[in-house]
Unconditional design. Sequence first.
Lengths: 120, 110
Amino acid sequence: QVQLVESGGGVVQPGRSLRLSCAASGFIFSSYGMQWVRQAPGKGLEWVAAIWFDGTNPYYADSVRGRFTISRDNSKNTLYLQLNSLRGEDTAVYYCTRKTGSGSMAFDIWGQGTVVTVSS
Amino acid sequence: QSALTQPASVSGSPGQSITISCTGTSSDVGTYNLVSWYQQHPGKAPKLMIYEVSKRPSGVSNRFSASKSGNTASLTISGLQAEDEGDYYCCSYAVGSTWVFGGGTKLTVL
C-alpha cells in the first residue's frame, strides 16, 4: 500500500543538527513532489519545505530558510530534511507528505510523523 | 507567510450542519483555487478531505463540501456525526511556490 515512514527524530541541543528521512513505498516516488509539514506541541500545522519530483526547485518557509535543507534520492525512494542551527521553536512532529499530482497542490499522503525535541 | 485565519472552535449536534471559515489574502486564497482542507484526530496524522477548493478525494463522505469567495474559503459538514469530531485545517497554495495553513478549528460534536 501507499506509505510514508519518517525516521531520524530525537532530542537535540539548540544549535545542533539533525537529519530526518522519509521512506516511500507503494507508488512511483520519482513522479511526485514531496513536502515536509510540522506541528509544534498543541499547535497547528506549519508548512516547512517542498521539493519537485526531480529534486529541483526546493522551497522553504521563511522560518526555516537558510537553516533547513530538503532533498531526495529517487533511487532510494527517500526524502530528507537536514535541520541545522536548531532552535527551541523547531520542536515539533515533522510529517513527510506527498503532493497530489495534476497540479492540485494538496497533500494526499502523510507519514505518521517523527518527533524532534530541541532542548538543552 | 502569515497563517490563514480560522475560528478556534465550532460545535454542533449530531445531524446538524456546521461551517468553518478560512480567511486569507490576495497572495494565497484570493489568487489561487488551490485551497485544501484536512481533518486531524488526536495523535494521528492529518487526512486530506477537500482539494482544489471543493473537490473530494475518493472515499471522503459527500457530507463534506467546500467553497470559496474572494479571500475566504469555507468547509461545510452536514449531517454531523460523532466521528467528525477533531481538528480541521485549511491550507492554500501561495505566492512564491509556498503553502500556508490556517491555525486550525476544533470541532466538537455535542
